[in-house]
Design a protein around this ligand. Structure first.
Ligand SMILES: *Cc1c(COP(=O)(O)O)cnc(C)c1O
Length: 424
């Protein structure tokens, strides 16, 4: 397997972009390699500049639930593009997408489209503050909610791998109202409410944490968050940027049967194009300008090409709900094979089409236990899999994404490759 083109592109890229990349986790620093520069992707496969093809479990970090270049989505984008790329005016497509999102996710009675998950979360927090007239936000250690200032505290994703959970360039004033609790730890939440009576605008949570690796909510944890926020007059925000349309057509709120006040969306909702959304109870969303006094805007929000990709994706999902059980079966098969191959050396967490292999003997239930993982062992595993045609996240603290395009053959090849790794 040659990597000369990726290496020369990376050399040039490093002179032009920090770390040679446009988002830090792409830099492969944690696994001591050169990132693959990608030329194309189709279905479950991704091909690099040197012509190597891999089975892809990054799936563009989540959006490619249907696989890459899904024909109905590509066709919708092509059809939309020739009619103009952006109008800065409302369109029928936006109405259709908003209607579909709201019908798949009943907690969302009204929503706004934006262009990224970061924007969705930043806006939802502003609405929660505007609606409650309170400033403080509770987030969980190891949960990632995008890179906006007030949420870059004890964040997950690349902020974990880079060992800089608190970013430089974020003034103290921006995070002084961000309180950090521990995932799956009810007491830590109660203590924050007691110490900040009447001041907490909202709890924001990834209902399944997927940015410190995949960490499932323990029984009763999400119900507890629903109850305590209701009791304290605070809002519950589900950050479903990863879980939305993945855990079920209606996301985590459907899967766990919990109704949050606000939901943030990204990734799958754009089908590979830049789309995010935030929405929730009508009277809360009516606070948003021009109806209300919470300002939020976007030149390219709801642009017709992105909306076409999102709409084609969600329409397919809504009319093929059977793919969810097939996705979960595939993921269970992979997870079982990993448990058998590695035995007690690893903890495998999985739900729906999300999975993580933690190189630790401890059950991983929160940030502390996730951090007990042996990241050098992960790097060895990553390198072996990459060199054998399996493309994984270059970090212990990211999810494996399984798509509808992954075939039985892909799963078998992945399993036989990891069995080889455990035997070397
Ligand atoms: C990816 C992600 C975000 C940020 O979305 P971007 O589109 O990268 O800005 C926010 N929250 C969660 C849970 C995410 O996984």
């Amino acid at each position: 397997m040659t990597e000369s083109k990726s290496i020369s592109l990376f050399e040039k890229a490093q002179t032009l972009m920090p770390g040679g990349v446009n988002s830090p986790v792409r830099a492969y620093r944690a696994v001591h390699r050169t990132p693959r520069f990608i030329k194309s992707a189709n279905g479950s496969k991704i091909t690099d500049a040197d012509g190597n093809t891999y089975i892809d479990y990054v799936c563009t970090w989540g959006p490619a639930l249907l696989g890459h270049a899904f024909p109905a989505v590509v066709k919708a984008v092509q059809k939309a593009a020739v009619k103009g790329l952006s109008y800065g005016a409302p369109t029928e497509g936006e109405v259709k997408l908003a209607h579909l999102v709201s019908s798949l996710m009943p907690p969302i009675q009204m929503l706004r489209l934006v262009s990224s998950g970061t924007e969705a979360v930043m806006s939802a927090i502003r609405v929660a503050r505007g609606y409650t007239g309170r400033n403080k936000i509770i987030k969980f250690k190891g949960c990632y909610h995008g890179h906006s200032d007030s949420l870059l505290v004890k964040a997950g994703s690349a902020a974990l791998t880079c060992a800089s959970p608190d970013s430089a360039g974020v003034p103290k004033g921006c995070t002084q109202d961000t309180l950090v609790a521990l995932y799956n730890d009810q007491e830590s939440v109660k203590r924050l409410f007691e110490a900040n009576k009447g001041e907490v605008a909202a709890i924001i949570v990834e209902p399944v944490a997927a940015n410190m690796g995949v960490v499932l909510p323990q029984n009763g944890f999400l119900e507890f968050l629903r109850d305590i926020t209701k009791r304290e007059g605070s809002l519950l925000i589900f950050d479903e940027v990863i879980t939305g349309f993945r855990l079920a057509p209606g996301g985590a709120s459907e899967r766990f049967g919990i109704t949050p006040d606000l939901v943030t969306l990204g990734k799958i909702i754009g089908g590979g194009m830049p789309v995010g959304a935030y929405g929730g109870r009508r009277e809360i969303m009516q606070q948003v300008s021009p109806l209300g006094s919470v300002y939020q805007a976007g030149t390219l929000s709801g642009n017709p090409v992105s909306v076409a990709a999102g709409l084609a994706t969600l329409e397919y999902l809504a009319s093929h709900k059977e793919i969810y059980s097939a996705l979960e079966d595939k993921t269970n098969r992979l997870a079982t094979a990993y448990r058998n191959a590695f035995g007690k050396q690893v903890c495998v967490n999985n739900i729906a089409s999300l999975m993580s292999v933690f190189f630790t003997a401890k059950p991983v239930t929160n940030y502390e236990t996730a951090s007990s993982s042996d990241t050098e062992r992960y790097a060895e595993y990553f390198n072996f899999m990459l060199d054998n045609g399996i493309y994984l996240a270059p970090s212990q603290f990211e999810a494996m994404f399984i798509s509808a395009a992954h075939s039985d053959e892909d799963i078998e090849k992945t399993i036989s490759t990891l069995q080889k790794f455990t035997q070397v």
